[in-house]
Design a binder for this molecule. Structure first.
Ligand code: B12
Length: 480
């Protein structure tokens, strides 16, 4: 491999997908939601003459018949095998291949044989350092993000490389990195180790980024938008006059503490993803999710309802204190407390987490096929349930929560007819019409192959992204 030291670089950024978009298991509504913000962040470090393209396999076909100088691949746990195959291909073609992201950080030894260089942790410091080394002709084999982590002076994300009309929520945005909490099942501690584990953009940079986004609706993908009180207060203060409406994610305790959530509502927050995870205090203790311990979950939902903020509650099944009754108890609680949409997960021990280490030590890992680490499969031996009961209970919980009767009952928990209707509309719109949304997305994808229809679609998309009711308004409360 010869490194083109002085010429402009041809760089291909790839977000591989777990399965091909043509597969029957493909869930278009889920995988076409958010653009690859991480890759667009990295692309900002290229020079003005470099040629860059971002290919997101979740929304388009990846062509392998090209010869870029540099191939940058983002690896999540469930796309890892696919990512390695793509990496191997490009290396045989003579490209220099970089692998990074969560899974590479968790398992560098697994990723390294497929790459010329691997990257551990966030890329804001390591990627520009690598580019300088690469241009100088001596790239390293491993780049580790550690001290000096910051989002100050990070160049604006290359949104020009994102094909907005391919996504349901093109106005996604991330203004922080990491999380101030240390739950045992979360990958964050490993990803952000040896340095700052939670840090934010400067508020004026975040506000400028918001201003660059057209339309009205925003979707913050940060793990904990309220995680730094001073930052969040200033951000919401700056957003007050902007007439935006947005979705974010936060913890139970941050919603109960002080009046930050009121500030968020005034700034336009209309829905929030909340990690309730479990109704059992012993589970909270054993998973080190102490910020939820002793907190009144009902006070959380009451407060959010009173502010007109819809709730997407996240719940995990299969923790060590969960028995057969966990599914019914959780679903009943969610309905009785007017949770608008619920995201259920089967507990998944991601490599690199303390949960994974504990499961390995106890000999409870049943399967190391990363394709199945998608929170829909049981990959470990639960303590008080069989694997079959866990899977069956998880499937039942989804069906039960999204029955028409349950949706109606949860809607009625709200005090006003307006909020009851809003709840009903969103919950039903999201889950009940998933096949319809899927059909529409597939039709759009098909239409792209015919230039005439493509033209019509892009005109509609241009109009709607500046209109009051943008398509993303339909997807306000969902998160992976
Ligand atoms: C958007 C999103 C998605 C999108 C797709 C991803 C996308 N478009 O980027 C969709 C909806 C498809 C999705 C699906 C899933 N997701 Co998801 N998703 C997210 C989410 C909310 C935001 C991602 C993001 O934009 N982050 C912000 C950017 C700036 O950070 P970043 O992407 O990590 O990129 C940085 C670094 O990773 C690094 N980097 C990344 N790649 C590379 C490459 C190189 C060479 C270098 C130098 C650096 C580098 O540099 C970037 C800048 O710092 C995260 C949570 C989060 N807040 O990160 C979960 C998250 C990534 N998802 C997760 C999961 C579990 C899933 C699913 C398995 C869920 C499921 N049940 O199906 C699927 C799997 C999809 C797949 N194909 O593998 C987990 C991953 C856990 C893990 N250990 O891998 C996360 C962390 C959520 C969580 N807290 O558990 N997801």
């Amino acid at each position: 491999m010869s490194i083109p030291v002085h010429c402009p670089l041809r760089v291909k950024f790839i977000l591989p997908a777990l399965i091909e978009a043509t597969s029957p298991q493909w869930r278009p509504i889920k995988y076409s939601l958010f653009p690859p913000l991480g890759l667009a962040t990295l692309a900002a470090y290229l020079g003005p003459d470099d040629e860059a393209v971002i290919v997101d396999e979740h929304v388009e076909k990846l062509s392998l018949n090209d010869a870029p100088d540099l191939v940058i691949i983002q690896v999540y746990i469930t796309n890892a095998y696919r990512a390695y195959r793509i990496a191997d291909h490009y290396r045989t073609q003579g490209a220099f291949v970089c692998l990074g992201g969560l899974h590479v950080t968790s398992l560098p030894d697994e990723a390294a044989p497929h790459a010329d260089a691997i990257f551990l942790g966030p890329g804001e410091q390591t990627f520009p350092a690598f580019l300088a080394d690469f241009r100088a002709g001596h790239p390293g084999k491993i780049y580790r993000s550690a001290s000096g982590r910051t989002l100050d002076r990070v160049p604006p994300i290359r949104r020009d490389l994102i094909q907005r009309n391919r996504y349901l929520v093109p106005n996604s945005i991330v203004v922080t990195r990491g999380c101030p909490q240390h739950c045992d099942f979360c990958y964050k501690d490993a990803f952000f180790e040896n340095g700052r584990g939670f840090y934010t953009q400067r508020v004026d940079d975040a506000l400028r980024e918001i201003e660059r986004l057209p339309g009205r609706h925003l979707y913050f993908l940060d793990d904990h938008l309220l995680g730094d009180r001073r930052f969040a207060e200033s951000l919401f203060e700056g957003m007050r006059g902007m007439k935006r409406v947005f979705q974010g994610a936060a913890t139970v305790d941050s919603i109960l503490r002080g009046n930050l959530i009121e500030r968020a509502a005034e700034a336009g927050m209309r829905s929030i993803f909340v990690g309730f995870e479990t109704l059992t205090p012993e589970n909270l203790k054993s998973s080190n999710k102490r910020q939820n311990l002793g907190r009144d979950y009902k006070a959380v939902t009451d407060r959010l309802h009173s502010l007109g903020i819809m709730v997407n509650g996240s719940f995990v099944f299969g923790m060590d204190n969960d028995g057969d009754d966990v599914f019914r108890r959780t679903v009943d609680w969610a309905i009785e407390h007017g949770i608008t949409t619920a995201t259920f997960h089967i507990q998944t021990p991601y490599p690199g987490t303390r949960l994974y280490a504990r499961m390995v030590e106890q000999g409870r890992i049943l399967n190391c096929n990363w394709d199945l680490y998608d929170t829909r499969h049981v990959v470990y031996r639960p303590a008080r349930l069989t694997a079959e009961a866990l899977k069956t209970g998880y499937d039942w919980a989804y069906r039960e929560f999204y029955r028409w009767g349950s949706i109606a009952q949860a809607s009625l928990q709200h005090g006003t007819v307006k909020h009851q209707l809003k709840h009903f509309f969103y919950a039903a719109g999201w889950k009940k019409f998933e096949p319809l949304w899927d059909a529409m997305i597939r039709a759009r994808q098909l239409a792209r192959m015919t230039p005439l229809l493509e033209g019509v679609l892009s005109r509609i998309s241009r109009r709607s992204s500046t209109a009051e009711v943008a398509p993303e308004a339909m997807f306000p409360i969902i998160q992976s």
